[in-house]
Structures are given as structure tokens and as C-alpha cells.
Design a protein around this ligand. Structure first.
Ligand SMILES: [Zn+2]
Length: 241
């Protein structure tokens, strides 16, 4: 009964006002996030037979700021080209579209890489690869916690639509880099993983491939998603309920 009352309180709170939501008890159950399914091309990840052991989440960023680079345009597929045309993409309006996940997906397909999820600026979560399959997001990589290599094997990769100050001069503050909605969706996703997998670490691509990778970069606020020893806050909190 107590649990039911709690759920009703949360639902009513969410309906009446955002403030009521904020006042909901800290241990209120978090509803699983809504996820848009948009499977990436089959030659961008490995299908995994059997149950894959997953204990790590890798955080990345991606954007379409280099869309018009000739080296990319040469390998861009028809689908991506058609999508860009459909939104009237030009060099002049690229800045307005640089965080459109539907431009980033064809970039991944052109380079034959992938991640399991993309989180758009408004918090929309898109699934490109099923959790149990092995996405190609980490590359040559080593865990800072225990030295394991080949992080793709045991991780889920999440791309937040964002950029790095050195690539994009409009990204200056932490708020420019990542939105509140993105942190909220990331937290809900990680909480969802914790229900299914013993997640022990959340790491950045720049931490598992230092010197080679710069994402999610210096403006990502790690304190919002993990403890100082890499453990996901969403899982620590649900474990202590
Ligand atoms: Zn990355």
C-alpha cells in the first residue's frame, strides 16, 4: 500500500506542477525512460550470441559540425545525404542543425562506428544498438579502474549531442556543453542499466583512451553521474533504498 501511495503521489505531483515533482520523496521509483528505436546499419556493430556481461558505461559526445568536410562527404551514404537535403542543410545553417542526431547517425554509418544510445539536447533517448550487442564506440581502450582493455566488450556506449571548446568556439560553459535534460536522461538510462547489469563504473572516452580522445571533455560534470571512484550515482542510490 505504501508503495502504491508513493506512486500516486509522484504521478499527481508530476501532473499538477514541476515543483510537486521536485518535492517527491527521494526514494520514489523512477519510471523507465521512453526510448526511440533507430537501429544503426548492421555493419557498424557485432551481434552478440548469448548474454553479454556488462559492467561499464562509457560517456561520449558527438555532433555534426564537420558535416561538410570533403573527407566525410566522400564516404557519406545516400540515406544521410537524403536526410540533409530534406532539412535544407547548408554550410550557412549548419550551426542550427549541428546537434541533430539524425545527422550524427549517418556519420557513424559512414565511419562504421556506433554507440548503443544517443541523447539529444532535449533529452530524447535514441537506441541505435541493443544493449546485448557489442557497439563500436571505445576503440583501443583501457579501464582506469582495473586496467582491462577492449572496453567495447563489457560496456554500453552513450553519445550526448555536444561538442568540445577546441572544436566549437560557441561551447564555453558547462551549460553550453550539456543540457539539464541530457543529464536527466543519462541518469535515467544508467538507473535502467543498473536494474539489469552490475554496473560498477561510468567512464569518459577521454579516460579510457587518453591522448587519443577528448570526449566528453572538460565541461562534462562528472559529479552529477558518479562517485569519485567511478561508481554510478544512479546505482548507488537505488542500491541503498
Ligand atoms: Zn567517443
Amino acid at each position: 500500500m505504501h508503495r502504491l501511495a508513493l506512486v500516486l503521489t509522484v504521478l499527481l505531483g508530476a501532473l499538477s506542477s514541476a515543483c510537486a515533482w521536485a518535492e517527491a520523496p527521494a526514494s520514489a521509483p523512477v519510471a523507465p525512460p521512453e526510448i526511440v528505436e533507430s537501429r544503426i546499419a548492421a555493419n557498424c556493430y557485432n551481434v552478440h550470441d548469448g548474454v553479454r556481461s556488462i559492467d561499464t558505461v562509457v560517456v561520449h559526445y558527438a555532433s555534426a559540425i564537420y558535416w561538410f568536410d570533403p573527407s566525410f562527404q566522400r564516404i557519406l551514404g545516400d540515406e544521410g545525404r537524403a536526410y540533409a537535403e530534406s532539412i535544407g542543410l547548408t554550410r550557412e545553417n549548419l550551426a542550427q542543425h549541428k546537434y541533430d542526431w539524425q545527422l550524427v547517425k549517418p556519420i557513424f554509418e559512414a565511419y562504421k562506428v556506433s554507440a548503443h544510445y544517443i541523447i539529444a539536447r532535449d533529452g530524447t533517448i535514441v537506441r541505435l544498438v541493443p544493449d546485448n550487442d557489442r557497439a563500436w564506440h571505445a576503440g583501443q581502450s583501457t579501464m582506469p579502474t582495473d586496467g582491462r582493455q577492449g572496453v567495447n566488450n563489457f560496456s554500453i556506449g552513450i553519445e550526448l549531442m555536444s561538442s568540445h571548446p577546441k572544436d566549437d568556439p560557441t561551447v564555453v560553459t558547462p551549460q553550453d556543453a550539456y543540457t539539464e535534460a541530457q543529464y536527466a536522461s543519462l541518469t535515467r538510462l544508467i538507473a535502467m542499466f543498473c536494474e539489469k547489469h552490475p554496473i560498477t563504473a561510468v567512464v569518459g572516452h577521454d579516460e579510457i583512451a587518453p591522448g587519443r580522445k577528448t570526449d566528453p571533455g572538460p565541461l562534462f560534470q562528472w559529479g552529477r553521474v558518479r562517485t569519485p571512484d567511478y561508481r554510478p550515482l544512479a546505482c548507488v542510490e537505488s542500491a541503498s533504498e
